[in-house]
Design a protein around this ligand. Structure first.
Ligand SMILES: Cc1cc2nc3c(=O)[nH]c(=O)nc-3n(C[C@H](O)[C@H](O)[C@H](O)COP(=O)(O)O)c2cc1C
Length: 404
């Protein structure tokens, strides 16, 4: 977990959509990150989720519509004080009605007045019946708000509380958190970057049920992708077969299985990219002849499989590299770490290589932490920490050196 995600100040506006019942989970997750959460609720929201639950989880009294112009609390001017205090404002769920109020610049409700006073990033998560969402009035209101710089995160497709199936569901809390982090990111210096990342293992089938692979989980590559997205980059990921890769929101992910498929996918996207991170653990070999049926053990004491080399993706990318592209590779080594990494950097035309000793404790495949030696042509640095921290430090280094 990167340090800047913790202990942030969030103003959460809850409006009267059925998905309001999910918001206590969001509040607990934010509190686990030591964030302070102030909550505003519309009158309709109070009917759909208990203010007592939200105040218990946030550890402070929530602000209700009745507080807005009340003698007891009105003098605290919550709509101004809390928007001044907050680092980000989240409206979740946002009803069609509140979206309309906001688009028209109304200030009758505490929530609408607070949003009129907002000077920090505003994230809006509309959630409603599919026909309400598709109604031209709602579409218009949301596009007006988007033009004004509000970040609108579309609802998800699925079964809705009203019995319909369609676009209207509030996204999962993990996705909402990713949007909050992006809005809070202290650095926004990759806005012009189009990043292509390869991540995960490849799988080379020997027959329909057996394959050669490696224990890569894709965590390091996905951390590079995620942290670049926080910094504003447009990100495509070519991901090998990994299970439960976590929240992929915001990343344009294409799934592949074999090294040959990954090779094809990388070459398709290469012209688009201004930066390529090759973090996948690509198999060097595949079976020369893949059996069409499951190979049986009967009648065979031993089995020999002839392997042939896979195409070298990194080398091909290095050969095609344009002057405006930055190429970053990884070297997972078990011995002669620096020597092997430097040789790989030269051989594959990389600008930067991140070398990790996969035999060391807390490093390499499957771990949540890593220690990498970052080698460029003229310098060497070492970063250690969670994979996300290491990835973020790499982007910082590249920005500082003007390499991206
Ligand atoms: C059970 C129930 C569920 C509702 N769910 C939604 C919803 O998911 N999205 C929405 O836009 N409106 C929903 N509504 C309608 C809003 O509650 C209504 O438009 C209300 O005026 C919104 O007020 P607010 O925007 O101030 O919270 C629902 C109404 C009821 C009775």
């Amino acid at each position: 977990m990167i340090g800047w995600k913790r202990a942030r100040r969030i103003l959460l506006c809850v409006t009267g959509g059925i998905a309001a019942y999910k918001i206590p989970d969001l509040v607990s997750r934010l509190r686990k990150l030591e964030c302070e959460v102030e909550i505003l609720m519309t009158r309709a929201a109070e009917r759909l989720v208990s203010p007592l639950v939200l105040s218990t989880l946030s550890g402070r009294r929530v602000w209700l519509q009745e507080d807005f112009l009340s003698c007891e609390r009105g003098h605290e001017i919550p709509h101004i004080r809390l928007t001044d205090w907050a680092e980000v404002i989240v409206v979740a769920p946002c009803t069609a009605n509140t979206a309309s109020d906001l688009a028209q610049g109304k200030g009758e409700s505490l929530v609408a007045a607070a949003l009129l006073a907002a000077k920090v990033p505003v994230l809006l998560f509309p959630a409603m019946n599919v026909h309400m969402f598709e109604h031209p009035a709602t579409r218009h209101n949301l596009s007006v708000l988007a033009e004004r710089g509000v970040r609108i995160v579309d609802p998800e497709f699925g079964s809705l509380a009203c019995g319909y199936e369609g676009k209207g569901r509030l996204p999962e809390m993990g996705l909402i958190l990713e949007e909050v982090f992006r809005a809070l990111s202290p650095a926004r210096n990759l806005n012009a970057v189009r990043l292509l990342v390869t991540a995960g293992p490849t799988r080379e089938y020997l027959d329909p049920v057996r394959y050669i692979s490696n224990p890569s989980t894709g965590k390091m590559g996905l951390a590079m992708a995620r942290t670049a997205w926080y910094r504003g980059a447009e990100v495509r990921v070519i991901l090998g077969p990994v299970e439960a890769p976590g929240v992929l929101h915001g990343l344009d992910v294409r799934r592949v299985v074999s090294a040959e498929e990954m090779y094809g996918a990388v070459l398709e996207d290469l012209d688009w990219a201004t930066c390529v991170v090759k973090a996948a653990a690509v198999g060097d070999y595949r079976a020369k002849d893949r059996a069409g049926h499951k190979v049986k053990r009967e009648g065979r004491e031993t089995l020999s499989i002839e392997l042939v080399q896979n195409p070298d993706i990194a080398a091909e990318v290095g050969r095609r590299k344009r002057p405006d592209q930055t190429l970053i590779g990884f070297a997972a080594e078990t011995d002669d770490l620096l020597k092997n990494a430097r040789a790989k950097m030269e051989r594959k035309g990389l600008d930067l290589i991140l070398a990790n000793d996969v035999s060391a404790a807390g490093c390499g495949f499957g771990t949540d932490t890593n220690t990498v030696r970052v080698l460029s042509r003229d310098a060497e640095t070492i970063f250690s920490g969670s994979k996300e921290e290491v990835a973020d430090s790499v982007w910082e280094l590249l920005s500082e050196r003007g390499m991206i």
